[in-house]
Design a protein around this ligand. Structure first.
Ligand SMILES: NC(=O)c1ccc[n+]([C@@H]2O[C@H](COP(=O)([O-])OP(=O)(O)OC[C@H]3O[C@@H](n4cnc5c(N)ncnc54)[C@H](O)[C@@H]3O)[C@@H](O)[C@H]2O)c1
Ligand SMILES: O=C(O)C[C@H](O)C(=O)O
Ligand SMILES: [Mn+2]
Length: 576
């Protein structure tokens, strides 16, 4: 979808333009630009095209042998030249998304202080909050911010508390918004909310670059977050505020607290809920059944587990016309202490927000008795008794879906739908290759991190393991909400996006194909999601724009940011 862009007036010159990743073109500056910006003597003679630069960068990247070294290389390319960075990624999307995002980014975050070269985004640190507004304005000066991704890093992917390294997830999610969602990177801001860390390894590391203090909680935490949210509301009232990888209690609380006053979005709850709903809709298309005919076992009832459960429940009520109570009864949730049920709740072992999904103790009296009074009803017990049609993992518990569990499920279900969603790859609840073998190719599978296709029995074509990662939908949800200029991200906008994504699933056309579109197609898929989201906002009269629904697609195309070089004209009053 490349298009020629009008020239841009730019005020920075000399070394300043070469060190600005937003404007730097390196050897691609033209003769006229070199003269106008004082670059002739600062650059070697030869002028390269973007394609030549991509080839060179690709060769340099390939000479780095491990994913983490490639990640570091790409990070430094991002610090140098955004157009080249995004053009290289765009050309090699399937190969490079796992390097700059899940799973490799998890290692980069865990080693943030040791790999540190250059800062990016905005670091807001609790003891320095008196100057928060100044810092915020300093960092966003001259940019019309449309998207802010923030994290307090308490629960990064499945690897826990990563302190200041959380900037890595905010930045990676923001890159995906540009790469896959078409958002202009100059209008995106990655933020780390450094409130300390309880990660002892980081606290004891003399090289740790964050605030070396225990994680602050309670009133002080709330006041700090509120100060930040109010700044966003004041200066960028139409921006989307994306929350990523907060601890589950804060994730739920903050979403509920702010979603009525600003367009806020919690990716782990809502993004994961939406992509999983799309994946399940595609799977039940294959099994030719309805949502309300499923029995769902959700293993891991944190942000993702709860988001998925509520999204599926709400969709069931809407599409199948059953009551909320009836829909709640289709779910069995497990967490650290086993099946979530009344007795656990009475002991204070069930977190707020799960009450609707408590199972009755007397349903399980027989199982408890058999277990000799063991209080913990585990996954195998639940699978055997419930005979689920859908099993979803978002527990961070690697290998939790054992052979016994998978076989017990497959024994009672013709096409078990199994989604081990924990990231990064090493934390997956079951390797999809094993789940495929153990079910003799019957399971319908998708994972959170990328996995290779699984071999099928009887010489059938390989089964492509769909990547059920929120990155397949949140860029479109965000782009759509930005287009709509909506002051909220409503449930109906999210469901519209999920439905559009489901309608594009390869399994709809061929039941032996993947449950979700390939990541290589993520940009066009997310474009469709964005159109659906904007149309819904307009239909529901919560959009800030006055477009007709028929105009949305063209308007959306006009707004897509593409990594191509624009001609620069020097102007002291131009962009800085
Ligand atoms: N595929 C995706 O798009 C996607 C999206 C969000 C999260 N995730 C992954 O899901 C996992 C959970 O993420 P989250 O944000 O919900 O984290 P979270 O901390 O909010 O939730 C994890 C939950 O699992 C529970 N748990 C831990 N060990 C368990 C065990 N042995 N048995 C049962 N439950 C156990 C925890 O008590 C917690 O409630 C992570 O690995 C994350 O990477 C994937
Ligand atoms: O970051 C990802 O890859 C997905 C998700 O948000 C997660 O926390 O695992
Ligand atoms: Mn996440």
């Amino acid at each position: 979808m490349s298009k020629a862009l009008p020239s841009l007036r730019v005020a920075v010159r000399g070394d300043a333009i070469l060190t600005s990743p937003r404007f730097n073109k390196g050897t691609a500056f033209t003769v006229a630009e070199r003269q106008a910006f004082g670059l002739t003597g600062r650059l070697p003679y030869r002028i390269n095209t973007l394609d030549e630069q991509i080839d060179r960068a690709w060769n340099q990247l390939e000479s780095r042998e491990t994913p983490i070294r490639q990640n570091t290389f790409l990070q430094s390319l991002k610090d140098q030249n955004w157009v080249l960075y995004y053009a290289l990624l765009k050309k090699n999307l399937r190969k490079l998304v796992p390097i700059i995002y899940t799973p490799t980014e998890a290692d980069a975050i865990a080693n943030y202080s040791h790999l540190f070269r250059r800062s990016e985004g905005l670091y807001l640190t609790l003891p320095q909050q008196d100057n928060m507004e100044e810092e915020f304005l300093e960092q966003t000066k001259g940019r019309e911010i449309e998207l802010i991704v923030c994290s307090d890093a308490e629960a990064i992917l499945g690897i826990g508390d990563q302190g200041v390294g959380g900037i890595g997830i905010s930045a990676a999610k923001s890159v995906i918004y540009t790469l896959i969602g078409g958002m202009n990177p100059a209008k995106c801001l990655a933020v780390t909310l450094d409130v300390g860390t309880n990660n002892e390894e980081l606290l004891n590391d003399p090289l740790y670059v964050g605030w070396p203090n225990k994680r602050v909680r309670g009133k002080d935490y709330d006041a700090f977050i509120d100060k930040f949210v109010q700044l966003v509301r004041k200066h960028y009232p139409h921006s989307l505020l994306h929350f990523e990888d907060f601890g589950v209690d804060n994730a739920q609380r903050l979403l509920a607290l702010y979603r009525d006053t600003h367009s806020v979005f919690n990716d782990d709850i809502q993004g994961t809920g939406a992509v999983t709903l799309a994946c399940i809709m595609s799977a039940i298309g294959v099994t030719k059944s309805k949502l309300s005919q499923q029995r769902f076992v959700i293993y891991g009832a944190g942000s993702a587990g709860l988001g998925i459960t509520k999204q599926l429940r709400d969709a069931m009520v809407t599409t199948d016309g059953i009551s909320e109570e009836e829909a709640n009864a289709k779910f069995w949730l497990l967490d650290k202490f086993g099946l979530i049920r009344e007795a656990l709740h009475a002991k204070g072992k069930v977190r707020e927000g799960l009450k609707e999904f408590l199972r009755k103790d007397d349903e399980w009296a027989g199982v408890l008795e058999e277990k000799g009074g063991d209080d913990n009803i585990g996954l195998l017990d639940v699978v055997k008794k419930v005979k689920p049609t859908v099993l979803i993992g978002c527990s961070t518990h690697a290998g939790a879906f054992t052979k016994e569990v998978i076989e017990a499920m497959a024994a009672e279900c013709e096409r078990p739908i199994i989604l081990p969603l924990s990231n990064p790859s090493r934390l997956v609840e079951v390797d999809p290759k094993d789940a495929n073998d153990w079910t003799h190719g019957k399971a319908l599978l998708a994972t959170g991190s990328p996995f290779p296709p699984a071999k099928m029995p009887n010489g059938k074509k390989d089964y492509i393991i769909a990547e059920c990662n929120n990155a397949l939908i949140y860029p479109g949800l965000g782009f759509g909400s930005m287009l709509a200029q909506s002051r909220q991200m409503s449930d109906r906008m999210i469901i519209a996006g999920a439905q559009r994504l489901a309608s594009l699933s390869p399994a709809l056309k061929d039941p032996d194909d993947a449950l979700l579109p390939d990541f290589g197609d993520a940009p066009s898929v997310n474009f469709e999601v964005a159109v659906a989201v904007t149309e819904k906002a307009i239909e529901d009269e919560i959009a800030g724009v006055e477009w007709k629904k028929e105009e949305v697609r063209e308007r959306a195309k006009e707004r897509l940011w593409d990594p191509i070089y624009r001609e620069f004209i020097f102007d002291v009053n131009g962009e800085k």
